[in-house]
Design a protein. Structure first.
Length: 518
């Protein structure tokens, strides 16, 4: 039998744990509010910029462009009717996937797109790989300077080796990857918001979302990377919700590192995962540490192994993450006030100026960047970074039509979306950006449904990356899927879908295994 003193001690310990738990909860809420307030300002800037862009598109809208809007509105109406008639969500999802596949196939068959710019260089050099000539990956050659492009060159080489029509094959693979992304968006939204109906609407929006349609005709690594990024996020969410054991984070990180081979900016997502685990994962310190080890280990080890294998095989000279040119050259271009942080001839010449000497180039870049940032006034800096930031996120299709149609003759374009789709592309983007912004005012989402904050972290990470480095519209395409998920934080449950209860909806806690049938 416990003495009075022992009972008192136990109560004091319990009270201590309760205070710690309350302190953690207070910190979580405080941090969530801080991120939320910051994003309200950042997204407001994007809302204004995208709206201005939409007004410009409206002035030049073609009649055919309105057909796209009407057609997809009718498709949305069909989806609404299907849900209202209580057709099983699985059947609706299959219909959306089929629809998604068809419109992507129509798009790639309507345009004889060719590799251009960097994509052309990677495709053409892949022939050298097939001939066993690997000099392009060594010394000061382009892919030695930027070895993160190595895997894409090798991927093109494999396609050219085994397929008679490699360009068509690549586009078909792009279509399949884009369609898989539509499926993954459904499952991610269903888990994050505990709603099959929201998942259906998210998959429908993904099916008609301009960037992941248009880029299927572009020969870029993002097409392969995005489904692996999404698969990683989905696995991560399953672990957070207790539906999979902690060790399943291995598969989350492994999926992410595969996607990273095709677009090497996934460390931003890794950092977002770690932040979420440290701040919101309601487990012991030991379990948090194990979770982080799974994430970091399964992400880094395959990267090191593949990089080492390529070097041992004498295919490459440098590691995939660090080439013969300093990453400071990208930061240098990103601070050029005249080009608003985009590629420019002035900064590109610095490599030749210092005869490809790594240390001299890096030191020179640091000095120039320091001079630019310290001699500019606060007003100049504010104007520069606001314009650079909004410029990165203003374009509704992330320049997908531009890259798909670049250098093509008229006879190679049977469906001219360059002139006819701008209004639809920008209108769609304004809608998802605006609803994302409004969703920031829903406290029940970012304070209670903590998984939403994971996507805010990812956006902040990439927003910061693109502020620091060279900017291009295409660069943010890799995370365009964020705007297929975040708009659904605008309302609770199925507030605008009263018929959803008959579709076996589940409201699932994001921080426990508790399930409450809605």
């Amino acid at each position: 039998m416990q003495t009075k003193q022992e009972v008192t001690n136990i109560r004091e310990v319990q009270l201590g744990f309760l205070k710690i738990k309350n302190s953690i909860g207070t910190f979580q809420d405080g941090f969530s509010r801080f991120v939320n307030i910051t994003l309200k300002l950042l997204f407001l800037l994007i809302v204004f910029t995208t709206y201005d862009e939409l007004k410009d598109q409206y002035k030049d809208v073609e009649k055919q462009g309105l057909y796209f809007i009407v057609f997809f509105l009718l498709c949305g109406l069909v989806t609404y009717i299907a849900l209202k008639k209580n057709i099983k969500t699985n059947k609706i999802l299959v219909a959306i996937i089929t629809f998604s596949l068809i419109i992507r196939l129509i798009w790639i068959w309507s345009i004889d797109s060719i590799p251009v710019s960097d994509f052309a260089g990677m495709y053409e050099r892949s022939q050298l790989v097939l001939e066993g000539d690997y000099y392009i990956f060594k010394g000061n050659h382009y892919y030695a300077r930027f070895p993160h492009l190595t895997i894409i060159v090798l991927y093109f080489a494999v396609i050219r080796r085994f397929f008679t029509y490699p360009l068509i094959t690549i586009k078909i693979i792009n279509v399949l990857c884009s369609t898989v992304s539509v499926i993954l968006i459904y499952f991610i939204v269903k888990e994050v918001f505990g709603s099959k109906v929201k998942g259906i609407w998210a998959s429908f929006i993904a099916a008609i979302y301009p960037p992941i349609i248009l880029y299927t005709a572009v020969y870029c690594g993002e097409n392969m990377a995005i489904p692996f990024y999404l698969l990683s996020v989905y696995f991560f969410i399953l672990v957070i919700k207790g539906k999979k054991p902690l060790k399943f984070l291995f598969f989350s990180a492994l999926s992410l590192t595969i996607g990273n081979f095709f677009r090497m900016v996934a460390p931003v997502v890794v950092i977002a995962y770690i932040m979420y685990l440290l701040i919101y994962f309601e487990k012991s310190i030991k379990e948090k540490a194990v979770a982080i080890i799974y994430i970091v280990g399964a992400f880094i080890i395959p990267l090191i192994l593949v990089s080492t294998l390529l070097r041992v095989s004498t295919i490459t000279e440098f590691n995939l993450w660090k080439g013969s040119e300093s990453s400071w050259t990208s930061i240098l271009k990103g601070t050029n006030f005249d080009s608003w942080g985009r590629w420019n001839e002035e900064d590109a010449r610095i490599v030749d100026k210092y005869n490809d000497d790594y240390e001299d180039i890096e030191n020179a870049c640091k000095e120039i960047v320091k001079e630019r940032l310290t001699t500019a006034s606060y007003r100049q800096l504010a104007e520069f970074y606001i314009r650079k930031y909004t410029g990165q996120w203003r374009n509704g299709d992330f320049s997908g039509v531009f890259w798909a149609t670049l250098d093509l003759e008229e006879e190679g374009i049977r469906l001219n979306l360059f002139e006819n789709s701008d209004m639809y592309n920008q209108l769609m983007y304004v809608i998802v950006i605006t609803t994302t912004y409004i969703g920031l005012f829903n406290k029940r989402q970012y304070l209670k449904n903590k998984l939403v904050n994971l996507f805010y972290f990812i956006f902040c990470g990439y927003g910061l990356l693109f502020l620091i480095t060279e900017s291009q519209d295409r660069y943010s395409f890799i995370v365009c899927w964020l705007f297929l998920i975040l708009p659904f934080s605008i309302f609770e449950g199925n507030k605008f879908f009263p018929f959803a209860k008959k579709l076996e909806e589940e409201k699932i806690s994001t921080y426990s295994n508790e399930k409450v049938i809605s």
